[in-house]
Write a protein that binds this ligand. Structure first.
Ligand SMILES: Cc1cc2nc3c(=O)[nH]c(=O)nc-3n(C[C@H](O)[C@H](O)[C@H](O)COP(=O)(O)OP(=O)(O)OC[C@H]3O[C@@H](n4cnc5c(N)ncnc54)[C@H](O)[C@@H]3O)c2cc1C
Length: 812
């Protein structure tokens, strides 16, 4: 069969991800799909995968994606007649120390929050389930009964057959060699079998996805890494339905296969493959066996399953797999090209993800927006810095090495730092700043007092910065501080039609006079929150948008994609402006000392923006706060950021001004009830559910994206609502995903958790759900508890901010 000259959608790559995407495009959307594979189907990474299928992740949406895979694999053979090898063996994860055990207790709670069954079992129970194992060093294990294993090639062939049954056309031995573009749009996919004119392209090219993307100018920041496992001869006494086994303290995993064991691991010293192009002639190929490198896993595996010492090894698999700088896969609409979508970089869980990833990616391709909150895997979480191949390799290797290490809360990566520093970096270091990194930027997390080492020490309980951040929190509430927020993403929107265009993209009213500052959400067609930002109207035809550091690529892409056509242009000007947030009850006193401008409440009220002069520089001052105190975000031309900081520090000496860090911001905003996008508010949540209905221009009569969906909700009861909770027990550490119990029944889970120093209590936020509606009365009448690391604690609900419920401080 000849390659067609036209198709609605071209999928590149015939591994599990491409086949699953083609299957879902054809089955769910009746799309006209052509899949192009340069070799045979499965011949990239898919054919040599070990086939373990786990489901639980820290994101509810990604867990849902993986659960979908399992449901699909269970039933696929009935549809296509081709078996998938799916076996629901369950999965045991072993713990050999208390920190790991705490991690599992938290995971078991997360599982409960996400509606999955997970149990904690004793070493004796583990021995009963897996008799060949030495359990003498175990504290216990977690048991997820619905996990399992499958045959990667069989699933893929079954999906490919299903795709064909629904009308997709699959071509083997045809290579995509380039694209014809019209601006940022692909018009033609060039292949070794001829040109295909098309509307959309889905890049599922596995470890080749980076170079396939590069042909259209898009960046897919993944790194191929060598990953090895062995397959043993038959082992007497090994049950064919033995649970899959993960032994993270020994960095290894196991799976039964035709009477023997598959055993592999994640070493701390991974072997990255090329940072250049992957050879195209890599069909069904492996690297040479590398027992020297693998020995570290063998030693650990024999200690766990002693019989391995005497069992023969049938085969070693040493294959490439694409890994990413944060261990999550890469999905969605490429920001650089208006019609290329990506599904790649599966970090050795592509078989587990394949079914679900194909489902959500197909939906995304057809509808232009993700069907649920996929931020954790969204390609727009990266930025230009991720074009640096060496940086991507180093960070990816660090992430690979951490695959099985204990996930301590607040842990920061260390490789490739510092990458981007603000002009205040050295000054803040002088103040003993301990930095974290966000999208490459070094940002002060906290400041170590004299006598304490300026370094994070991670633990499962309260960490070493706890008291220092408490001091910073109080300082902001009682005096004044400066937060260096120069990493904020900043855009300028200009043009005669800018106001009307932005007003259509934003849920809040932007048709205000110059000088107005507006807090707004950007909604998708379901009314879900795609972005949360502030917009300053600088002039009739000029707007300044400020959003979170990590959301830079994402929010810009969303705005560009959705702005109506007209005389309107958007520019990313992040690097042009430093940001100093001057916050605290004495902020006005300090500001008045460094500027001649009138900064009284009458002249410079809340939610306004003015240009004022400080230290000889014109500064964009925005009267806004994310910490619940009187304050200004001072946006300073980058080169003058140091001088303005120095002027503020000198003028504020009498008011005990000091720099403050991001961990204090988190605590302060939790006390004040400000929502964080990607945690409390996501594409899964509407402003009404999030308690942000006041920021939506429903009464204006003007149209905006998401309006129709919100109108359809009007008058109906809300089935979930965001609420705050406090927990009095000072020992309990909240990190998010803890289960909310109402009258003893799970009704939701925390989306954020932390500590409120002003209250002296832990604070969490989460959605309370009830299919019959969540009224004020429903919320108020419940008796609440939180399940934290598998223990239940009494909690108190609050529908108003816990600190300053009347909003006095902000409006002072
Ligand atoms: C040793 C090992 C063990 C693993 N174990 C597990 C496991 O237990 N569980 C799990 O979930 N995952 C596991 N994985 C990961 C899993 O194999 C991958 O995540 C998954 O196969 C990725 O699928 P894919 O479709 O993205 O990539 P691939 O299978 O590599 O498919 C990409 C396809 O694109 C084609 N292609 C590339 N360029 C072009 C072009 N220009 N034109 C046309 N076609 C092109 C390639 O030929 C290739 O077939 C393991 C991986 C390895 C290496």
């Amino acid at each position: 069969m000849a390659v067609p000259t036209h198709a609605q959608i071209v999928v590149i790559g015939g591994g599990i991800i491409g086949c699953s995407t083609a299957y879902h495009l054809a089955r769910d959307h009746k799309a006209d799909v052509v899949l192009i594979e340069q070799g045979k189907l499965t011949s990239g990474s898919t054919w040599h995968a070990a086939g373990l299928v786990g489901q639980l992740r820290s994101s509810a949406s990604i867990t849902r994606v993986l659960k979908y895979s399992v449901d699909l694999y269970k039933g696929l053979a009935a549809e296509t007649g081709l078996e998938t090898g799916w076996k629901m063996t369950g999965c045991l994860r072993l713990a050999t120390n208390e920190d790991r055990w705490t991690e599992y207790k938290r995971l078991a709670t997360t599982a409960k929050s996400f509606g999955m069954e997970m149990h904690l079992v004793s070493p004796d129970e583990v021995k009963r389930m897996w008799p060949l194992m030495d359990v003498s060093d175990l504290v216990g294990a977690s048991w997820l009964p619905t996990d399992g294993q499958a045959s990667p090639s069989d699933i893929t062939q079954s999906l490919a057959k299903g795709a064909r049954m629904h009308g997709a056309k699959l071509f083997e031995n045809v290579r995509v060699t380039g694209f014809e573009m019209d601006g940022d749009r692909i018009t033609v996919v060039k292949t070794s079998g001829g040109d295909i004119a098309c509307e959309k392209v889905v890049n599922c090219a596995g470890q080749w996805a980076r170079q396939v993307g590069a042909m259209a100018g898009i960046n897919v920041p993944l790194q191929p890494v060598k990953h090895q496992y062995i397959v043993t001869e038959k082992i007497a006494g090994l049950a064919s339905d033995a649970p899959t086994l993960r032994d993270p303290d020994r960095r290894t995993y196991f799976k039964e296969e035709v009477g023997g064991l598959v055993m592999g691991g994640y070493e701390p010293n991974p072997q990255p493959w090329t940072t250049g192009d992957v050879p195209n002639d890599w069909e069904f190929r492996l690297f040479d066996d590398d027992y020297d490198h693998f020995e570290q896993h063998l030693v650990q595996a024999i200690a766990r399953v002693p019989v391995l010492e005497t069992v023969g090894v049938k085969q070693m698999i040493n294959g490439p797999e694409s890994f990413t700088p944060d261990g999550n896969f890469i999905l969605g609409a490429a920001p650089e090209c208006s019609n290329m979508f990506v599904g790649a970089g599966f970090n050795a869980f592509g078989i587990a993800s394949g079914g679900g990833a194909g489902w959500v990616l197909a939906d995304w391709v057809m509808k232009g927006e993700a069907p649920l909150d996929l931020w954790a895997v969204d390609i727009r979480r990266f930025s230009e810095m991720h074009r640096d191949r060496d940086w991507v390799r180093d960070r990816t290797c660090e992430a690979y090495g951490k695959h099985y290490t204990i996930g301590f809360p607040h842990e920061e990566y260390t490789s490739g730092r510092p990458r981007i520093t603000s002009p205040l970096y050295e000054r803040l270091k002088g103040h003993r700043a301990v930095f974290g990194s966000k999208l490459g930027w070094e940002r002060p997390n906290w400041f170590a007092p004299e006598g304490q080492e300026a370094k994070d020490v991670y633990s499962m309980g309260r960490q070493n910065w706890f008291d220092a951040v408490g001091t910073e929190n109080r300082h902001c509430r009682e005096a004044v501080g400066i937060f260096d927020q120069s990493s904020f993403a900043k855009y300028e929107v200009t043009g005669k039609d800018a106001a009307a265009a932005l007003d259509f993209v934003c849920a809040n009213n932007l048709m205000k006079a110059p000088g107005a500052l507006t807090y707004t959400q950007l909604l998708n067609s379901r009314g879900g929150i795609e972005a949360d930002l502030t917009v300053a109207r600088l002039a009739e035809d000029r707007f300044y948008i400020v959003t979170g550091t990590g959301f830079r690529t994402h929010d810009l892409a969303w705005i560009k994609e959705h702005l109506p056509k007209g005389d309107v242009a958007v520019r990313d000007i992040t690097e042009a402006w430093g940001t100093l947030s001057l916050m605290g009850p004495k902020a006005r006193d300090v500001l008045a000392l460094v500027t001649g401008a009138d900064v009284s409440d009458a002249a410079f009220p809340f939610a306004t923006a003015r240009e004022i002069a400080i230290a000889g520089t014109t500064v964009r001052a925005l009267r806004v706060t994310y910490v619940g105190e009187l304050g200004w975000e001072l946006h300073v031309p980058l080169s003058a950021t140091g001088a303005v900081f120095d002027a503020l520090m000198a003028a504020g000496a009498g008011a005990q001004i000091r720099p403050l860090g991001y961990r204090a911001i988190e605590s302060l905003r939790l006390e004040k009830g400000y929502r964080a996008w990607s945690a409390d508010i996501t594409p899964n949540d509407t402003p009404f559910e999030a308690g942000l209905g006041w920021a939506v221009k429903m009464k204006s009569g003007r149209d905006f994206i998401g309006r129709a969906a919100l109108e359809a909700m009007a008058g109906k009861p809300l089935v979930k609502r965001l609420a705050g909770f406090t927990l009095a027990d000072p020992k309990v550490v909240l990190v998010g995903r803890e289960t909310i119990l109402r009258n003893g029944t799970p009704v939701g889970y925390l989306t954020s958790g932390g500590y409120g120093y002003t209250l002296g209590q832990s604070i969490g936020y989460g959605y309370v759900r009830n299919s019959d509606g969540v009224s004020d009365e429903f919320l108020a009448s419940g008796h609440y508890e939180l399940v934290v690391a598998s223990e239940t604690y009494a909690a108190r609900i609050g529908m108003k901010p816990f600190h300053d419920p009347d909003n006095r401080a902000v409006r002072a």
